[in-house]
Ligand binder design. Structure first.
Ligand code: F6R
Length: 605
């Protein structure tokens, strides 16, 4: 959702900004724009376009020289996608330009006040109020003009500001929406996401909430919105620029599905302790005594991360014998939850920026809870806000729909569950059994990936369905939920997930030949119960595709996956269904990496 890129240095800025915007396309957007200036440019020059970055590029004039600029991809919140509402926004005299991620809550009130003072607005956006307020500030420096303006603002922002009278600098500020500085040699970058920086520099500084920065070509300084200097030591981004490329695949989703054996290998690497049949998770900041005193675990996340959390809760209950459950963070924060000091709260997020998860973490911390993060993006807001946690090391995930991050997050939960279990009552032999199971995962995932042609054929067979049902029981239910989400997000086929045990309590009424059911049928203590559900569906002439460890007689098709330990089977059973969703969407001609109406990072409510 919304992206910011900025550059100040000596290079021709427009191509750099366009390239940066392309790298942010994956986040989802509906319009784009850029503004530049430079020693030879008189004032600020701006181009904007509704649509894709390539539409913007087509509008950039041939002679468009400049060495400083800011650019933006917009995801409409206040006002429809249009040229006028695209960022940057300029004041009427074309002296101030602002790009903004986030939402200004008191925009309507500020617009009314400015309107009463005779300001005429050129857009319907909340962002434009920032431009007018900065332009009208009588402060002497750009930093002070921005600071005065931010004092009037309620809401969230990551902003970058340019001013024709202060053309040697870009001023940026952060409150709730990421801002990362990229430190180069006699050039500086800024972006809302490291993806836009890594081709140029891997030295970055991530601003904290309430922090601002001034970027000049050969230096930068950071300070609080109150004006006191802060120390900012650059860190090195772990992800290589190539990890953001398609690497010979037709889509990022396909690339990311295929990367899973390596990704799982990465999350396990260096963490297993064979001597004590446990794992080390360095960043938990939770000693053995504290781990023993946990009475309950509550996992919070959204969408796919919530589903990973559901599997995680099951793993924690079975391996560590601590009562655990998962809840959508978006619901949790609005129900005035009772925050219990003996509960360990775990926030799960691929991006580490999801607003609902971040807000839940902040609410929990305000009430004195201990919160761990299970996060993919290093240094992201949730990772920084949490008391400790673990990274899932999936590498950058560019496709809007999550695949490898889901798998790695579940594996990270298995590690956390094993760690807690071995501190509590999990035996050495069970610890060893789980470790061996974890080690088998990468090869078993590779084996599943070799079934792609078979799954592609199945996708052709089921792609004409108007609706699909996904069922699973206990450990299989979150797999069904996630598979159903995957299918609906990219194929736009309606899909529902139900616990297999609930069929009789309503959804069985839907079963008929036109409604196929995908059933998760592991070889575990619930096998016979799951088979009974297949019987019920077959008796109503329903078509069944089973994901199982052996051929299922009642199913029309069975995808047979390798067996692991009962506790870990869920990790493997979802993978063929990622491929099923992928090939179904391809069959229907969908835009796989950018499904309609969705954004990669949901940084607003
Ligand atoms: C679905 C998907 C979303 C995200 C959700 C949370 O494929 O990717 O449901 O899982 O928006 O995002 P993160 O994990 O970044 O907090």
């Amino acid at each position: 959702m919304c992206g910011i890129v900025g550059y100040i240095g000596r290079r021709d800025v427009a191509p750099l900004l366009l390239e940066g915007l392309q790298r942010l396309e994956y986040r989802g957007y509906d319009s784009a724009g850029l503004v530049i200036t430079g020693p030879k440019a008189a004032g600020l020059k701006m181009v904007k376009a509704k649509g894709r970055v390539r539409d913007l590029e087509a509008r950039v004039p041939k002679r468009f020289a400049g060495t400083t600029g800011i650019a933006h991809t917009r995801w409409a919140t206040h006002g429809a996608p249009s040229d006028e509402n695209a960022h940057p926004h300029l004041d009427p005299e074309n002296r101030v330009a602002v790009v903004h991620n986030g939402i200004i809550d008191n925009a309507a009130e500020l617009r009314a006040k400015l309107g009463a003072d005779g300001v005429v607005f050129a857009s319907e956006t909340d962002t434009e109020v920032l431009t007018h307020l900065i332009a009208r500030s009588e402060a002497d420096t750009l930093e002070e003009k921005v600071r005065q303006t931010l004092k009037l603002i309620e809401g969230t922002y990551g902003i970058a500001v340019m001013h024709a009278d202060f053309a040697d600098r870009i001023v940026v500020a952060r409150n709730g929406s990421p801002v990362v500085l990229g430190i180069g040699e006699k050039e500086m970058f800024v972006a809302s996401d490291v993806a836009a920086l890594v081709t140029h520099t891997r030295q970055v500084v991530t601003l904290d909430d309430g922090e601002m920065a001034t970027l000049k070509a050969d230096d930068f300084r950071t300070y609080t919105t109150e004006g006191s200097r802060t120390t900012a030591t650059p860190t090195t981004v772990e992800w290589e620029a190539e990890s953001y490329d398609m690497g010979g695949h037709d889509t990022y989703m396909h690339k990311e599905i295929c990367e899973q054996p390596d990704a799982v290998d990465r999350v396990l690497r260096g963490r297993i302790d064979d001597r004590f049949s446990t794992v080390h998770l360095g960043g938990l900041n939770l000693d053995a005594r504290e781990a023993r005193s946990i009475r309950r675990v509550k996992i919070l996340g959204c969408g796919t991360s919530y589903h990973a959390g559901l599997i995680g809760a099951g793993l924690i209950e079975s391996l560590a014998r601590i009562p655990a459950d998962a809840e959508p963070a978006s619901e949790f924060r609005y129900r005035n939850p009772v925050v219990d000091p003996d509960t360990l709260y775990v926030a799960v997020s691929q991006s580490g920026e999801t607003y609902d998860v971040l807000a839940a973490v902040q609410e929990l911390k305000r009430k004195g809870a201990r919160v761990l993060g299970v996060v993919n993006v290093v240094g992201s807001a949730i990772a920084r806000e949490a008391d400790g946690g673990t990274y899932v090391h999936a590498g950058p995930e560019v496709c809007v729909v999550s695949t490898k991050c889901f798998t790695n997050t579940v594996v990270a939960f298995a590690l956390l569950a094993l760690h807690l279990g071995r501190i509590r009552d999990l035996s050495v032999s069970d610890g060893k059994r789980i470790i061996e199971g974890l080690r088998r995962l990468p090869a078993q995932i590779s084996e599943i990936l070799t079934m792609e042609d078979e799954i592609k054929k199945l996708a052709k067979e089921y792609a004409d369905a108007k609706s699909m049902m996904f069922i699973g029981r206990v450990r299989g239910y979150p797999v069904a939920l996630e598979a159903s989400l995957k299918l609906k997000e990219i194929s736009y086929i309606h899909a529902e997930a139900y616990p297999a045990s609930e069929l009789k309590h309503g959804p069985l009424a839907l079963i008929e030949p036109a409604l196929p059911t995908v059933a998760i049928v592991p070889d575990d203590d619930l096998l016979e119960k799951n088979r009974a559900a297949l019987e019920e569906i077959k008796a109503r002439s329903g078509r069944i595709l089973a994901v199982a460890h052996q051929e299922q007689e009642k199913a029309d098709h069975t995808i047979v996956v390798p067996k692991n330990e009962d506790e870990l089977d869920a990790i493997l059973m979802g993978i063929p269904l990622q491929l099923l969703a992928y090939h179904t969407a391809l069959e229907l001609g969908r835009d796989i990496d950018k499904p309609r109406n969705l954004a990669k990072s949901v940084t607003v409510e």
